[in-house]
Ligand binder design. Sequence first.
Ligand SMILES: NC(=O)c1ccc[n+]([C@@H]2O[C@H](COP(=O)([O-])OP(=O)(O)OC[C@H]3O[C@@H](n4cnc5c(N)ncnc54)[C@H](O)[C@@H]3O)[C@@H](O)[C@H]2O)c1
Length: 261
Amino acid sequence: MGSEQRRIVVVGAGSGIGAATAAHFHTRGDHVLAVDVRENETPAAEHRTCDLRDTAAVDALLHDIGSGWDLLAHVAGVPGTAPPADVLTINYLGMRLMTEGMLPLLHPGGAVVAVASTAGAGWAHRTEVLEGLLGATDTAAVESWLATQDPSYPVYNTSKEAVILYAKRLAAPAWTKYGVRINTVSPGPTETPILADFEQSMGVDVLDMVRSTVGRHATVDDIVPIIDFLGSPAARWVTGQDVWADGGFVSSILAGTPIDI
Ligand SMILES: NC(=O)c1ccc[n+]([C@@H]2O[C@H](COP(=O)([O-])OP(=O)(O)OC[C@H]3O[C@@H](n4cnc5c(N)ncnc54)[C@H](O)[C@@H]3O)[C@@H](O)[C@H]2O)c1
């Protein structure tokens, strides 16, 4: 592929990280299909509206766009201030339906990069709980699973844990059957319109603490190059990985006492 034009679907292209991702590839000369629930003017070759809560709309999109794609950059998501069923349906199920639907539409050598979050960093401790959610492949099943869960555990975290675990479990079959890689990028707090909702759902104190630990919040320009790399042929031997793009915040918590320098 090299510097040839690539064909890229960006879901969540209407705002924030998704808009920056679509604009980045478009500016580079790639053919970008920008998908979002909202009408938008993000620079792209084609635009489609699609509500990830509507599985029939997702199916119609997948049916219409044809094959021959190089990359699905699945960025769309909603914060924990949205209704819990929407958080799981959009963030987890929507990503899953788009990813599985795109596998046969991507060239061998193609890739999926989904945006998760450092809020999903606890996924490895929650695999037993998430088992039931990963068994849910439609809206009704996701909602039934949700009804059995502890409402005090943040549903946004659950949705992103599920995205990361799903991508890891899909990586081997996607590679062996389709020659497609799948990775996730987990940003820490990033300056986009969603941040105000995170201040509400996670607490201003928590976000201020993250910012003071690593010096600043991310900008979209910190995140897009990682999506670009993971989606590029240069990352051809990388699959099933979750990359923290958080200025080192999670590592600083998990690794214990910092080395004295
Ligand atoms: N900004 C942050 O601090 C941060 C941190 C970690 C992870 N994330 C994740 O990054 C991704 C992008 O978020 P952002 O910061 O750019 O926020 P944003 O609100 O600017 O963008 C989210 C986009 O998703 C779209 N979307 C929402 N519901 C949809 C639906 N039902 N169907 C289709 N599209 C829908 C929105 O219209 C919007 O364009 C999300 O998955 C978010 O969870 C963001």
